[in-house]
Ligand binder design. Sequence first.
Ligand code: AP5
Ligand code: MG
Length: 208
Amino acid sequence: MKLVLLGAPGAGKGTQAVKIAEKYGIVHISTGDIFRKNLKEGTPVGLKAKAYIDKGQLVPDEVTCEIVAERLKEADCQKGFMLDGFPRNVYQAQALEKMTDIDVVLNIAVDLNKLMARLTGRRVCAACGESYHVSTFTQSKCLKCGGDVIQRADDTEETVGKRLQVYTEQTQPLIDFYQKKGKLQSVDGMAAIDDVFADVVKVLDAVR
Ligand code: AP5
Ligand code: MG
């Protein structure tokens, strides 16, 4: 299965991706995670990406597309994969068409007005990436691995505002783009996490 997860910042792409990867055994490729890993390791790609991520802007297309193209050539992607956070604009979607054929694009539909609280309240484990929210989690260590739970640098109110604006201007048009190609399926991302996943499973079982 070759799957794209589409959705606004905070829609729950990462949350659902972990569950999908576990159930279907497919590789989870998050461009945001790749950039953050590079940043942590201080690579040239990481340093370049930081300037954009900190401002809530998209990292330049040529950098992002090159990373995805190389990743998709790896052996673990040959039987299928799930892209989380790519493509993010029409240019990237057209670049992806030249790399491979996608089976389904799953849009996690959310109310954009509710995302500021979700994102500014999000906390993540610096070691394993597990996601939490301050409304239900106030500890400093990850329940899964014991790592430090931190706030993502781009989850401040100002940067979240910019990310939502970039989403509306550049990424939202992809809903139409994939609808016209007959690839789009949507789930209600405002439901509880497990209910969203139940809907995701219905969609994926039907296209598999
Ligand atoms: P990226 O890391 O992709 O961030 P994003 O798209 O802004 O999305 P998030 O990871 O913030 O949200 P999510 O949808 O994964 O939500 P999550 O599951 O964590 O990108 C970061 C930056 O990297 C970009 O701004 C850009 O600079 C750069 N970049 C990345 N890809 C790029 C590309 N292709 N081109 C150019 N630049 C790129 O959930 C959020 C919170 O909500 C959590 O606390 C979670 O517990 C909670 N939650 C999840 N689902 C629910 C639910 N159903 N109900 C209640 N709470 C929920
Ligand atoms: Mg994410």
